[in-house]
Design a protein around this ligand. Structure first.
Ligand SMILES: NC(=O)c1ccc[n+]([C@@H]2O[C@H](COP(=O)([O-])OP(=O)(O)OC[C@H]3O[C@@H](n4cnc5c(N)ncnc54)[C@H](OP(=O)(O)O)[C@@H]3O)[C@@H](O)[C@H]2O)c1
Length: 241
């Protein structure tokens, strides 16, 4: 296969939501623990997140003070040096996320090199900003990110064979609509809050179509406090594009 295997791994409430008040219910805690355990079980060398998820939980929010520069950079991929082979892959089509360095170190997770995924809309000033940190960046589309092209680049340029796709919903749907999810892993908390404003597992969000995808059940594990770990294989996956 000319792309990495894609495992979409998410923690979800009974109403299909992936964020919202249900996270603070005590009955959700076993699901949170299981979510981390399962992430370690898959042991993927790279994890992909959307812009919103990156800004909230991994990058330093949004950048407001890009350095002035007259430099013009070709729209070519840039690979910064890395002393690790774990990667955080950040969808950031327009180049808006703020960073403090080329590595992310989160408690309980291996140190990871940042790979920014841009479109040609990202300004030169942002490319200069990333180069200043030695953050790698890839171009994967003119106006929106072509997920298939991105995956092929992760394989050919970084030798990545397996990635965890870890949300949010808009990002998950961009890959699902292109037939690029191989396995879907859901830790289902026995809670729900019905919050209409929270993201769902899959959301078109203006980046993809609402074409239905089908999955076949691979395994179900019942754990503490009625939490379930559900594993599905996608019936719509495309090996190559
Ligand atoms: N429960 C869990 O396991 C879990 C895991 C992760 C996240 N979450 C939650 O999910 C929520 C965020 O989800 P979300 O769906 O709103 O956002 P998201 O998927 O994190 O980010 C969406 C953004 O990513 C960029 N993007 C995605 N696909 C793209 C494409 N093909 N081309 C160009 N840009 C693309 C766009 O940014 P721009 O619009 O800026 O261009 C888009 O608006 C957060 O509340 C987070 O806490 C939950």
């Amino acid at each position: 296969m000319d792309r990495p295997t894609v495992i979409c791994h998410m923690l979800m409430a009974l109403d299909g939501k992936i964020d919202g008040p249900f996270f603070s219910a005590s009955e959700t805690m076993p699901a949170l623990r299981k979510y981390g355990e399962v992430r370690r079980f898959y042991d993927c060398p790279a994890t992909i997140y959307g812009t919103t998820t990156m800004a909230e939980g991994y990058a330093d929010g949004f950048v407001s003070d890009l350095p002035e520069t007259d430099a013009v950079f070709p729209r070519k991929d840039y690979l910064g040096d890395s002393d690790v082979k774990n990667y955080i892959v950040s969808l950031d089509g327009e180049g808006v996320l703020k960073w403090h360095g080329k590595y992310l170190e989160k408690k309980g997770r291996p140190k990871a090199h940042v790979i920014e995924v841009l479109t040609e809309k990202a300004p030169d000033r942002y490319l200069a900003y990333l180069r200043g940190f030695g953050i790698s960046y890839l171009f994967a589309g003119k106006k929106t990110i072509d997920c298939s092209l991105l995956l092929r680049k992760l394989k050919t340029l970084f030798g990545i064979d397996r990635v965890m796709l870890a949300g949010g919903g808009v990002t998950n749907q961009a890959f699902a609509a292109a037939g690029l999810i191989d396995e879907l892993s859901i830790v289902l908390a026995p809670t729900a809050d019905g919050d209409s404003g929270s993201a769902s597992l899959f959301e078109t969000g203006g980046f993809s179509s609402a074409s239905p995808a089908a999955y076949s059940l691979k395994a179900v594990e019942r754990i503490e406090n009625d939490t379930l770990w559900l594993r599905y294989i996608s019936k719509n996956r495309r090996k190559t594009q």
